[in-house]
Ligand binder design. Structure first.
Ligand code: PEP
Ligand code: MG
Length: 920
């Protein structure tokens, strides 16, 4: 292998920066040395204090993994050389008995995966080097504390020994000493713990699995610092494929093939006493976007103590109030500004103060809620840091779902039983459950639940996914529960210190009231306020306003500006006036699909049944007249709401038997009647009729345009209703704009014949009302033949609308009604498909769309082309539709804001990315 596997960062002994860049930008470098490595290098380059170290590349991880967890040839030599150089740069040797160099070994993938992979701190300690550390620091307690932490972490991370065994040992030691806090244990206690921990190691590590640590067949904690280092590097690479990391990637659509880097970095210590501290922070508030410093710190602690929520943290703003830390705190706040200036974004930071000296351990663009993403994007634009195009690109469309998520009904009355931190916005109602396994079980049984935990760990991910919301008694706003919930868009209230959770007995008690909540009791949480309520609070959908409106307006500005590239419209699928109004309120420009069959449900069902089953022409005629009157009323309502805007009305589409009652139920009824000696002749006759309409493959049967060809009265009735509603509104001065869409066309002759009839009816109505009616007629493209023969079909169509639900069904031969519960989960699991093709446009189906667009435009240069299948509201598909040259996408009313943003981003990306302001 000739490529470079290791990149160094930070300064040398003389203070010169020796960072080796892995790419022209952080964005480029992160694919090689991971996000953490790329940003450490970047911070080094701009002069920030970064502990020196080196990154082993993500590609090395992939090669190691593909090689059966064996180092590819030559790589370990390169790593050893980098380590030797690091020792030279520091003027110290790893694990030296006099003045030891200690390192941290951390993972760092191209995308941040908080807490999912492994980290080992204080590496290099052994019975000799701990003496060196004591000598150098004069702090015996600190040295032994560092050593016991190392043994504990190494055993857990590298050898998989249960962390509980070590926690139990600490608890036993505290009990023996009669103290409550870890910090009350002295140097001798901690030295005892090191011995104890090594015993746990010896008793729990299987030497067959880990022959590297075997001595005479027994597991012995490795004292050789270089062996410690190699094993830790391997463990980090191995952790890329641990279950929770795999699940997290699946959740966040991160490819498994990327690998993680390993960052080996000189240790700095936040646990050297009162002049030392460690913390995590954001340059702005990641929950609501307020421009304030946000985060927590702990005095005399190591990094993982903050995230784990073991001790209660202090708010970051108070750092400068601690006199021993004031100077470093001020420097940190200055670093916030430098980072925001440099990255032109809100940043997430990890830092350590060692004896008053500030060290930056990590930075990355901060994860944030949708609320915060909107606010920060607007602030950054107003501060002149970014352009509107960048602001629009900074909000993930899927994230908007969070804002469209339910909230407590403002009129609901409820009593708060406890209050915690408002860690992730949105409200949730569900049964209290106390373990991730129970959360999954409840969700599987269809019972919404709230996961209640002392604090979550990465192993809880599956429970957090299954639950409606998360409630914890410990941990700050940067705790695991808070970070993950925000990322998932799940409501979360954390750090509710009045909750006494008894997970073993599946209940919690509220300390101040004595109230007991058991598993299964319904509770409500509000992640926007931090409130916890006993019972179910009514939830409502929030209204779109403020920052969301601003960003959507900017998105529309870009999307609809011809001078900035091809325009793409956003329409909605709606079939009643209320949904049409919601669509307009959410910014839809038109109705892209009005499924008229939805108007035949409820009490209208018997009319269509009468029509289908009628024995006499009179009954049939009466049914169709009544249907016509009802439909006209529907269209009057729709066209009024959509005055001046297009409404694409689709003629009746589904298999007719969908309107008939279930023959199976009727069969059962007949059997019961017969048992009771009743006359069943009429029911039997009805059953015979039902049976006559049964098809082996209804989805491929009498449906779509075939219906109107077999029952022309249906089309005439529908077109009459559309045209006369439009004519009536025209007469009173409104501007109705119906368009008529023919479903499931495969042959141009189908469209020609249906169109002829449609136009005749429109003309008749226009003459009757004495108004001019220009109603375009188009077709859905939802069969492969239609896509292939689009040029011919387009000659007879004013517009095309891709029906990707049916087009996917017929292209892939997957039943759209059954596949999700049949084999789709397996296909996703086995990666036969990357995503559900009914949700995100499949590449093969996209190829049909491409052919359809190309042929369509050839056949009719004035053709308007859109999509109205489910994929029309999916951001990834919208990018594809923009690139395929569609004129609009149409989706459900609630996805319209998401589609507006995604469409704008698609256009920005297609035009080479957002315009930028030169960063400072
Ligand atoms: C489609 O097939 O994509 C479509 C929009 O029509 P329906 O879902 O009503 O079949
Ligand atoms: Mg369809």
């Amino acid at each position: 292998m000739s490529e470079k596997h290791v990149y160094s960062f930070g300064k040398d002994h003389a203070g010169n920066d020796v960072t080796e860049v892995a790419g022209a930008s952080v964005e480029e470098a992160k694919w090689i040395v991971g996000g953490k490595g790329a940003n450490l290098a970047e911070m080094s380059k701009i002069g920030l204090p970064v502990p020196p170290g080196f990154s082993i590349t993500c590609q090395t991880c992939v090669a190691y993994s593909n090689n059966g967890n064996v180092w590819p040839e030559g790589v370990t030599d390169e790593i050893d050389a980098a380590m030797a150089t690091l020792e030279e740069r520091m003027g110290k040797k790893l694990g030296d008995a006099e003045d030891p160099l200690l390192v941290s070994v951390r993972s760092g993938a191209p995308f941040s995966m908080p807490g999912m992979m492994d980290t080992v701190l204080n590496l290099g300690l052994n019975d000799e080097s701990v003496q060196g550390l004591i000598k150098q620091t004069g702090n015996e307690r600190f040295a032994w504390d560092s050593y016991r932490r190392f043994v504990q972490m190494f055993s857990g991370v590298v050898m998989g020994v249960s962390g509980q065994l070590f926690e139990d040992a600490i608890a036993a030691k505290k009990a023996e000493k009669g103290v409550k806090l870890d910090t009350e244990l002295d140097a001798n206690d901690l030295r005892d713990l090191v011995t104890w921990f090594k015993g746990i190691f010896a008793a729990n590590v299987d030497v067959k699995e880990h022959p590297e640590v075997s001595k005479n067949g027994y597991a012995v904690f490795p004292s050789d610092p270089y062996l410690q280092l190699r094993l830790a590097e391997q463990a980090v690479f191995g952790s890329w494929m641990n279950d929770r990391a795999i699940l997290y990637r699946k959740q966040n659509k991160i490819p498994d093939e990327l690998g993680t880097a390993v960052n080996v970095q000189v240790m700095v210590f936040g646990n050297k006493g009162e002049t030392s501290a460690t913390g995590v922070a954001f340059t702005r508030n990641p929950a609501d976007g307020t421009n304030e410093r946000y985060g927590d710190f702990l005095i005399n602690a190591q990094g993982e103590d903050v995230v784990a929520g073991i001790r209660n943290t202090e708010p970051i703003a108070d750092l400068v109030k601690v006199s021993a830390l004031k100077e470093a705190g001020e420097e940190l706040f200055h670093v916030f500004e430098i980072l925001e200036d440099h990255y032109a974004d809100m940043m997430d930071i990890e830092f350590t103060i060692e004896n008053g000296k500030l060290w930056m351990l990590q930075t990355r663009v901060g994860k944030r809620t949708a609320l915060s993403a909107l606010k920060v994007a607007i602030q950054m634009y107003e501060e002149g840091r970014i352009t509107k195009e960048q602001a629009v690109s900074r909000v993930a469309p899927e994230q908007l779902d969070q804002l469209l998520h339910p909230q407590f009904d403002p009129n609901a009355e409820y009593k708060t039983i406890a209050k915690g931190l408002n860690a992730s916005p949105g409200a949730a109602v569900g049964a209290a459950v106390f373990s991730s396994a129970d959360a999954e079980a409840f969700a599987e049984a269809g019972k919404p639940c709230i996961l209640v935990r002392w604090e979550t760990t990465p192993d809880d991910l599956h429970g957090m996914v299954a639950a409606e919301g998360i409630l914890t008694s410990h941990g700050g706003k940067t705790s695991h529960a808070a970070v993950i919930a925000r990322g998932m868009g799940a409501p979360c209230v954390c750090g509710v210190d009045t909750l006494r959770i008894d997970a073993a007995n599946k209940r919690f008690t509220v300390a101040d009231s004595g109230l007991v909540v058991n598993e299964g009791d319904v509770i409500s949480i509000d992640g926007t306020t931090g409130d916890v309520i006993l019972g179910a609070v009514e939830l409502v959908q929030p209204e779109l306003s403020g920052d969301l409106q601003t960003i959507l307006a900017w998105a529309d500005e870009v999307r609809l500006d011809e001078s900035r590239g091809r325009v793409i419209g956003v329409r909605a699928n709606a079939d009643n006036p209320t949904d049409a109004q919601t669509s307009v309120d959410n910014g839809a420009e038109a109705i892209g699909l009005d499924r008229t069959e939805h108007m035949f449900l409820g009490e209208r069902k018997h009319l269509i049944q009468d029509f289908i089953l009628a024995d006499s022409e009179d009954v049939k005629q009466l049914a169709i007249e009544q249907l016509g009157r009802a439909q006209k009323g529907d269209f009057l309502g729709m066209f009024k709401v959509m005055d001046g805007k297009d409404v694409v009305v689709r003629l009746l589409d589904p298999p007719l038997h969908e309107f008939l009652d279930s023959p199976r139920e009727l069969d059962v009824e007949i059997a019961r009647d017969e048992e009771q000696g009743k006359d069943t002749a009429a029911k039997r006759a009805l059953l015979a009729k039902f049976d006559a309409f049964q098809e082996a493959n209804p989805m491929l049967g009498l449906r779509g345009c075939r219906l109107g060809l077999v029952y022309p009265e249906l089309n005439v009735m529908q077109v009459r209703a559309i045209a006369s509603a439009a004519a009536e509104l025209k007469r009173v001065g409104l501007d109705p704009r119906p368009e008529i869409m023919v479903p499931l066309v495969g042959f141009e002759e189908e469209l020609i014949q249906v169109r002829e009839e449609v136009e005749q009816t429109i003309k008749q109505v226009a003459d009757e009302y004495g108004v001019e009616l220009n109603i375009p007629v188009g077709t859905m493209i939802e069969l492969p033949r239609a896509a292939i023969m689009s040029e011919e079909i387009a000659k007879h169509a004013d517009f095309f609308s891709f029906g990707t639900n049916d087009l996917t069904q017929t292209c892939l031969g997957f039943s759209r009604d059954d596949v999700e519960s049949a084999f789709m989960p397996l296909y996703l699991e086995r990666k036969i498909v990357k995503t559900n093709p009914f949700a995100t446009l499949d590449k093969g189906v996209a190829e049909l769309v491409r052919m359809g667009v190309e042929g369509g435009r050839k056949g009719n240069p004035n053709l308007t082309i859109g999509v109205c299948g489910e994929t029309g509201g999916d951001p990834e598909s919208i990018h594809m539709y923009y690139n395929l040259g569609l004129d609009y996408v149409s989706c459900s009313p609630y996805r319209v804001p998401i589609a507006r943003l995604a469409a704008a981003q698609a256009k920005i990306q297609a035009n080479g990315g957002p315009q930028k302001i030169a960063t400072k």
